[in-house]
Design a protein around this ligand. Structure first.
Ligand code: RFL
Length: 387
């Protein structure tokens, strides 16, 4: 596995549970990957999958169940109780906690080999029966190589495995033309649920992460400089865009992370090339609009881990042969949801009165049409992949 993110570590845990020898190579240190804050909303089908594989013990003890979200538009509060509607919920568990659990389980409990801090990872002979991966060892500074049966490319959006197939894959891209200022505030959540502010001046969001830390988002121009967003401006915009009649005021706190994310998506097809199989952000990026990236990465990892085990222990290659096609169905489904949601969030601030009108109609229909509400809840909560 190249990459010790959620995808690589989950594949590793599945392999180790079956007694397969494997190695995870990671450019960051263990401390770095265990502290990197990113996602926090995990779908119930992903948690069920983790639980089935013995990987959800700590999560189930510590994570919070989310049963509703709330849209704020037209100056009003519009709670959306998806649990009441479907019986299903979301889990709130910061990504770095999940990664910490997975590193511990993979390396300390299941005895999986891992090299942190490697440099200049290169892939070799991917089309042959015996590919290899080489890297510069952090201690010796020498290049070392590992021969293997398969390579799992789990090194995220800026890794080497996606780049290795650049000339052979079809990479479809979509640019939303907007940015999100991603913020972490050292403050308790301002509401006990996810808030989506659809405001004519731009989208704003609040996502509870823990009793002490809350994630906020503010729509901004793509490529904006976080330096343009001092503390007072951030909080003034958040108060304005998330303000609604009868709503509690936001709880302010120091901003411990402030970065601009340009909203874009891509999908690499196929996800398999000879002995290399891509998983997670290495294969596809879904802008954080729909909070699906981590979920897709773990869905991929379940499918790939199980397929490797079938092939290596039982000689059954069907799972690997079908891996790319079956995973791409859910990937495209989630990409389409992200686009749909983006228009709901950002249409009102597009500067185009026609788009603003249709975005508002879309928002109102969520609260007036039970069929629309049910369809939204199903997609928001995520689908169990077929594997
Ligand atoms: P990761 O987590 O990026 O892990 C890849 C790992 O590979 C390492 N690496 C290499 N290792 C070896 N050799 C190389 N050449 C390497 N190059 C890189 C990296 O150091 C890293 O440790 O990919 P993975 O496993 O595919 O997981 C994907 C998720 O991390 C990502 O999709 C989510 O974080 C996206 N996302 C969200 N997803 C959700 O499902 N729900 C959310 O609420 C959510 N919120 C978010 C997000 C992403 C965000 N950012 C920062 C883009 C919020 C934010 C702000």
């Amino acid at each position: 596995m190249v990459g010790a993110g959620p995808a690589g570590l989950t594949v590793g845990c599945v392999l180790r549970a079956a007694g397969v020898d494997c190695l995870v190579l990671e450019t960051g240190t263990r401390e770095f990957v265990e502290r990197r804050p990113r996602a926090g909303v995990i779908e119930e089908p992903v948690v069920r999958g983790l639980e089935r594989r013995g990987l959800a013990g700590t999560l189930l003890e510590r994570a919070r169940r989310d049963t509703a979200c709330e849209f704020r538009f037209d100056g009003g509060r519009h709670p959306f109780g998806y649990h009441e509607l479907t019986g299903h919920h979301h889990w709130v568990y910061p990504q770095q906690f999940l990664v910490t659990d997975l590193v511990r389980e993979y390396a300390d409990v299941r005895g999986g080999a891992v090299r942190f801090g490697v440099r200049d990872v290169r892939l070799h002979d991917l089309d042959g029966d015996r590919p290899s991966v080489s890297y510069v060892c952090p201690e010796s500074g020498h290049r070392e190589a590992v021969a293997c049966d398969f390579v799992a490319g789990c090194d995220g959006a800026r890794g080497v495995t996606g780049a290795a197939v650049a000339g052979r894959a079809r990479v479809s891209r979509h640019d939303y033309g907007i940015g999100w200022l991603a913020l972490l505030a050292e403050a308790p959540p301002s509401a006990d649920r996810v808030l989506f502010g659809c405001h004519p001046d731009g989208f704003a969001g609040q996502m509870p992460r823990s009793p002490e830390v809350t994630r906020y988002y503010l729509q901004c121009p793509p490529g904006d400089d976080p330096g343009n967003w001092p503390h007072d401006r951030v909080w003034a915009e958040l108060h304005r865009r998330l303000g609604a009649a009868g709503a509690e005021p936001l709880t302010e706190g120091p901003l411990i992370e402030k970065r601009v994310l340009d909203m874009h998506d891509y999908v690499t097809e196929p996800m398999s090339f000879g002995r290399l199989h891509l998983a997670g952000d290495a294969a596809h990026l879904v802008a954080p609009i729909a909070a699906k990236g981590l979920n897709l990465a773990v869905h991929d990892a379940f499918a790939l881990g199980d397929a490797f085990v079938d092939r290596l222990l039982r000689g059954d290659g069907a799972g690997l042969a079908g891996y790319s096609a079956s995973r791409l169905r859910q990937v495209w489904d989630y990409q389409e949801f992200s686009q749909w949601l983006s228009e709901l969030y950002h249409g009102g601030a597009s500067g185009d009165p026609f788009r603003a009108g249709t975005a508002l109609a879309r928002l109102r229909r969520l609260f007036s049409s039970p069929a629309t509400a049910a369809a939204f809840a199903e997609r928001y909560l995520g689908t169990a992949a077929r594997y």
